[in-house]
Design a protein around this ligand. Structure first.
Ligand code: PLP
Length: 423
């Protein structure tokens, strides 16, 4: 089977980045990539969810080209250009009333979350922040400071307190997971952390990098009530699962809550670097003091983001994520019935996870082998989770039923090959 690999691309092996595949990509269209050996690869990762419209989408290409040649784009003047003004207005219309104040633009989910962490402390005068164990809010020092993912242990802020994210699979049921996580929070407030010292609670409405965990019904409603009681701001990190991926435009809508601050990234630019923080004026105005970046809000990325949002609306991609996601989920459930390695299938819309276990323990090695084998067979996947044993599916929002079926068939083969030791 090793013959399926043409070679290890030199251009890839020179890079000091985490890379799942020993191959450079030379093109792409829709849900497919083309490798430098000419192979077509079905992309169920979509660049960690960034390629929301898939690859080489005409609307995105046209918007970027136009912005590059327009007068408005010619100056690259940070934030005060027409596309970024229009984008800010559009984003404000997409968040709940309480978050409808100002918009701050960044380049990545990391710089956006970092900016929020600084703003909420400055605005409230409260020194503490809450976040979840397993939460990945970014890879810069300031975003790692408010993250709970094991990869980021060294950089946590002194004022950060991590609390358990309810894990229904590990706890045995959604109710047990919810009760334990809420009891932890209430005990924490009663005994260790004065809630009036907490500026904000960073939440993920689906915990993606921590293992694609879906919160039990009612969990975040309860968290919201606690936060309101104590005047704690709720920050919803929608970087990976927002913008329609979950089958609703904002993933927090599934939880029936209204965050104070919403953070967008990844899919917002369809692959171009742009992120946004949307929240009340009194808080967002604090960003002015410290979060100036030379080309944030530049017209090219803003035009790309506008094209992404317009295309999501025009082509009903939120509904497609819900519909195709349900179909993909059902197909994965059917795989689970045949592959003993699959312990759990979960997620919402086109944000899905498959947890692999062997002898009741996280099957990290088999997970990595499955990703590798799937790649050999023509499917791009990646894995997440605090134990690195959850296959993650974040395909383009344009995914069709036929593409979903094709990907599941490849995964089926990959799992069978891993189980049989053929890889
Ligand atoms: N927040 C979440 C939920 C993420 O999944 C990620 C990246 O995986 C980030 C923030 C950081 O975004 P970026 O990689 O664009 O800095």
């Amino acid at each position: 089977m090793s013959g399926l690999y043409a070679r290890e691309s030199r251009s890839v092996s020179t890079m000091a980045h985490l890379r799942f595949f020993p191959q450079a990509v030379v093109g792409g269209s829709g849900a497919y990539l083309t490798g430098d050996d000419g192979r077509k690869l079905l992309d169920f990762a979509a660049s960690w969810g960034a390629a929301s419209l898939g690859h080489s989408h005409p609307a995105l290409r046209e918007a970027v080209n136009r912005a590059l040649s327009d007068q408005a784009g010619a100056s690259y003047l940070s934030t005060a250009n027409e596309p970024s003004v229009l984008l800010a207005e559009k984003l404000l219309s997409l968040v709940p009333e309480r978050a409808r104040g100002r918009v701050w633009f960044g380049h990545s989910g990391s710089d956006a979350n970092e900016t929020v962490a600084r703003m909420v402390v400055a605005a409230t005068g409260r020194p503490r922040i809450l976040a979840f164990n397993g939460a990945y809010h970014g890879g810069t020092v300031g975003s790692m400071a408010v993250s709970g993912h094991p990869a980021q242990q060294g950089a946590r802020a002194k004022g950060l307190t991590l609390v358990p994210y309810p894990n229904s699979y590990a706890a045995g049921s959604p109710e047990a997971a919810k009760d334990a996580a809420l009891a932890h929070l209430e005990t924490l407030f009663a005994t260790e952390i004065p809630p009036q010292e907490v500026a904000a609670f960073f939440i993920e409405p689906i915990q993606s990098d921590g293992g694609m965990l879906v919160p039990p019904d009612g969990f975040f409603k309860h968290v919201e009530a606690l936060c309101r009681t104590h005047g704690i701001l709720i920050v919803s990190d929608e970087v990976k699962v927002g913008l329609g991926r979950s089958g609703r435009f904002n993933a927090f809508e599934h939880c029936d809550i209204e965050p104070d601050i919403v953070v967008f990234g990844k899919g917002l630019g369809g692959g171009l670097p742009v992120s946004a923080v949307v929240g009340p004026e009194a808080i967002l105005n604090h960003a002015v003091a410290f979060s100036l970046q030379t080309v944030h809000g530049n017209p090219v990325c803003a035009a790309a983001a506008l094209a992404v949002l317009q295309t999501i609306e025009r082509d009903h991609l939120v509904a497609n994520a819900g519909r195709t996601g349900r179909m993909l989920r059902e197909a994965l459930d059917r795989l689970a019935a045949r592959h003993p390695l699959i312990g759990d299938v979960r997620g919402r819309g086109l944000a899905l996870g498959v947890e692999l276990v062997a002898d009741g323990a996280p099957a990290a090695r088999q997970t990595a082998l499955t990703v590798y084998r799937a790649f050999q067979l023509g499917l791009v996947l990646y894995y997440v989770g605090v134990n690195s044993n959850v296959l993650e599916f974040t395909p383009p929002l344009t995914l069709t039923k036929a593409e979903a079926q094709e990907g599941v068939a490849i995964l089926d083969q990959a799992l069978a090959d891993v189980a049989a030791g053929r890889v």
